[in-house]
Design a protein around this ligand. Structure first.
Ligand SMILES: [Mg+2]
Length: 334
């Protein structure tokens, strides 16, 4: 790489705004110095996106920048945390100025919505991959975790499920975008490439939800993590899974192969799945008003272990819905 690591990080990832008061020393020294508030806990999460695995090789750099940060912010949302700082490690085939500035534009458009500051970074040469670490704050003891659900609670999801699966089918050419209205295709591809982290919803659920997780690997897999961590089971009504009108429009195409099981198993939607004790369910409507997404009750937890699916007639279906395998993206391109 012709340009030094320091130069790339300094040049593309140092922005005048936001400059946070809790960053006494940011990019430019051997380490950043950070001053977390003393009454809060630090929430830290890291994720790597690999080209051809987590996003198609021909993805626009701006969307890769958005998604690399969004998937990390989604993890903070699931904890009920408020984002503050990020570090960034980029592995690049070459130091391409146009790619770097488009990537940085996508990254910072999202970062600046949350006054998130990049406080350090690293670059190396190799096949394209992006690692982002985010750090945020949550009041002492107020974090949402996977382990708090009890039997007899409502299970909810924010937004709609399956849109990223539908967007991927369009993006990889498995379904023809010419067959649906342009705004349907644009909506679904945006849900795949530009997911919205549900940070406001996560914060609003502090003190209300007993557990939470973000849906990165599919509802079946991620709700399964909550059930395992909490030591309970669940039954979910497949008719109640929230599907967008765009998803339903694409699913209506002949041979679309997009059904409730796709919506329940495919990942990348970055909605939240959370549980709420019965006595707190009436508070949800006012607490989640104005957080920017809807929410739907999809089932209940119960003491009998395992995740079960129920049809419209109330019969439990004897089937297992498996999680999303990120490597399917790579397979689709070979
Ligand atoms: Mg997560």
């Amino acid at each position: 790489m012709s340009r030094s690591e320091f130069d790339i990080i300094e040049r593309f990832f140092t922005r005048p705004i936001p400059q946070r008061g809790d960053v006494p020393l940011g990019i430019g020294d051997d380490a950043a110095l950070l001053s977390p508030p003393t009454d809060q806990q630090l929430a830290v999460s890291v994720d790597t996106l690999v080209a051809g695995v987590h996003f198609p090789l021909d993805s626009a750099a701006e969307t890769v920048g958005h998604k690399a940060l969004a998937v990390n912010l989604s993890d903070l949302a699931a904890m009920g945390a408020e984002p503050a700082w990020a570090t960034l490690a980029l592995t690049l085939p070459a130091a391409d100025d146009a790619w770097l500035s488009a990537f940085a534009a996508g990254f910072f458009a999202l970062a600046e919505q949350y006054q998130l500051q990049v406080v350090g970074g690293d670059t190396t040469r190799g096949p394209l991959s992006i690692t982002v670490q985010v750090m945020g704050f949550v009041p002492q003891g107020a974090a949402l975790t996977r382990a708090g659900a009890s039997a007899g609670e409502g299970i909810y999801v924010t937004g709609t499920l399956g849109d990223a699966a539908a967007g991927l089918a369009l993006r990889l050419g498995r379904l023809d975008s010419e067959q649906v209205a342009a705004e349907v295709a644009a909506t679904l591809i945006a849900r795949l490439e530009r997911p919205t982290p549900r940070l406001a919803a996560g914060r609003a659920l502090r003190g209300l939800a007993s557990s939470a997780i973000d849906i990165s690997d599919g509802l079946a897999a991620d709700l399964g993590h909550v059930l395992a961590a909490s030591g309970v089971g669940a039954v979910v009504d497949c008719q109640r899974l929230p599907l967008s009108t765009a998803y339903q429009a694409l699913a209506a195409l002949p041979g679309a192969a997009l059904d409730w099981q796709t919506a329940a198993s495919h990942g990348d939607d970055y909605e939240l799945c959370f549980t709420v004790p019965a006595e707190k369910e009436p508070l949800l409507q006012s607490r989640l008003a104005g957080v920017g997404c809807g929410y739907t009750r999809i089932g209940e937890t119960r003491s009998e272990k395992g995740l079960h699916w129920r049809d419209a007639a109330g019969h439990e279906l004897g089937l297992a819905v498996s999680g999303f395998d990120h490597f399917a993206v790579g397979q689709g391109q070979e």
